[in-house]
Design a protein around this ligand. Structure first.
Ligand SMILES: [Ca+2]
Ligand SMILES: [Ca+2]
Length: 278
């Protein structure tokens, strides 16, 4: 008994650098297995998603090299993975510096293995044009791997199908003749307040990245997806504005400008709703 206790005490703890309860090795394995295949415009005005200088409080572009940042964290009933394509700038309508975008997947354990249950692609998240989409994984749709995701030119919204690009949102998205993005590395961001690999800039108020590091799959959305065979629109806080936006570009410009001013309030409201739903 004493020998057994001594062996247990001597055994090295499983490394969990971001202290979220998931071992580093499992995070790395799952993030590699379910990495999406990104399809981007070969003529995107910002080139490729950017890598950022480590250990800087504000995001500073190191290179536009196609690096994808990641996150993996446990939730009741599963594990959620996020894949962030972070751009130095949005160069579409009402462009701006720093453009954090992402897709995510919710995994469930199935006979000792992790498989995808739901996928989500953010498109103009937390804006008046929010058209995020989600789908339940199936034997025909990315159950054991990542999804293909189409990234719109300049705006960098993510879509689970090229048919949605341009048809959803506020009508400014284009996904013509994309190339597959060659991803040199996946870099784990860690968790809010516990950054890995020097990603302290993730918490910068200069962009809404920290708000995107929360779960995308509240129980209400999961229940909806369980009943839906195809792609559905995910929760959007202000969908009523969109027909107006589609009707007139001048109106769209006004909405986008107004939306920038209220973005912070919308993010706070969304967090509150998610907490209530959880
Ligand atoms: Ca961990
Ligand atoms: Ca983690």
């Amino acid at each position: 008994m004493r020998l057994l206790l001594a062996l247990v005490l001597l055994a090295p703890p499983t490394p969990d650098a971001d202290q979220d309860g998931l071992a580093d090795a499992l995070e790395q394995t799952l993030l590699a297995q379910f990495a999406p295949r990104f399809l981007i415009s070969p003529h995107d005005c910002d080139g490729k998603p950017a890598e950022f200088e480590p250990d800087r409080p504000a995001p500073a572009v190191k290179a536009r090299n196609g690096v994808i940042y990641t996150q993996a964290f446990p939730l009741p009933g599963g594990i959620e993975l996020h894949y962030y394509h972070l751009w130095a700038r949005d160069c579409g309508r009402n462009g701006h510096a720093l453009d954090p975008e992402h897709v995510s997947v919710f995994l469930i354990e199935d006979q000792g293995q992790w498989r995808a249950r739901y996928h989500y692609a953010a498109a103009h998240e937390d804006t008046a044009c929010d058209r995020g989409t989600a789908v339940r994984a199936s034997t025909q749709f990315a159950e054991w791997r990542g999804v293909e995701v189409w990234i719109s030119h300049g705006k960098h919204a993510s879509f689970l199908s090229p048919d949605h690009c341009g048809r959803l949102g506020c009508g400014s998205d284009r996904c013509d003749k994309p190339d597959r993005l060659l991803v040199p590395r996946l870099i784990n961001l860690g968790e809010p307040g516990r950054p890995l690999h020097g990603s302290v800039w993730a918490a910068s108020p200069l962009w809404p990245l920290a708000a995107k590091m929360q779960s995308d799959f509240p129980p209400s959305l999961r229940a909806q997806l369980d009943q839906s065979p195809g792609v559905i629109l995910a929760v959007t806080p202000n969908y009523v504005a969109q027909p107006v936006a589609l009707a007139a570009s001048k109106t769209l410009d006004s909405l986008s400008l107004a939306n920038k001013k209220t973005e912070s309030a919308l993010i706070k409201a969304k967090r509150w709703v998610k907490k209530r739903l959880d």
